[in-house]
Design a protein. Structure first.
Length: 148
């Protein structure tokens, strides 16, 4: 019997593969537990069309992220923080503050989880931050910290 795997099955194959298995294993375990479907022409056509849609949606998402990456590379965000007596910041600039300032100043909403800063910003001046946008795409945002 031929089955279309819906989920990865250790020792058998990955999701989306069509495999030839024994009837009892296929019917009782794979189909019974929801790991596979019987590989009929209708099921295979539905799977092929859903894969095609998935690829198209991913391509659209990548195009959108590329455009956002180019836009972020050109932007500069200004954040003003209180300074202490010696000219240093009170605390550090948080990812949440950066995301909020980006939304306020340029109307771009980005989740703070996408900000990939290795070190915290604790000084006044210009800092470059790396944004992980997904699908292997990155952007550099220029953040200027000024004292109040």
């Amino acid at each position: 019997m031929q089955v279309l795997l819906i989920k990865d099955v250790k020792g058998l194959g990955k999701s989306g593969e069509v495999k030839e298995v024994k009837d009892g294993y296929g019917q009782n375990f794979l189909i019974g537990k929801g790991f596979a479907k019987l590989a009929t022409n209708e099921v295979l056509k539905k799977h092929a069309s859903s894969e095609k849609k998935k690829i198209e949606n991913e391509a659209k998402e990548i195009e959108t992220l590329k455009a956002m990456s180019e836009k972020l590379d050109k932007l500069r965000v200004i954040i003003s923080k209180k300074l202490g007596q010696n000219g240093h910041l009170f605390g550090a600039v948080t990812k949440d503050e950066i995301a909020h300032a980006l939304n306020e100043q340029h109307s771009i909403e980005i989740d703070k989880k996408h900000i990939n800063s290795k070190s915290t910003i604790k000084t006044v001046g210009l800092h470059d931050l790396d944004f992980k946008l997904g699908h292997g795409l990155h952007a550099i945002l220029h953040v200027e910290v000024v004292g109040e």
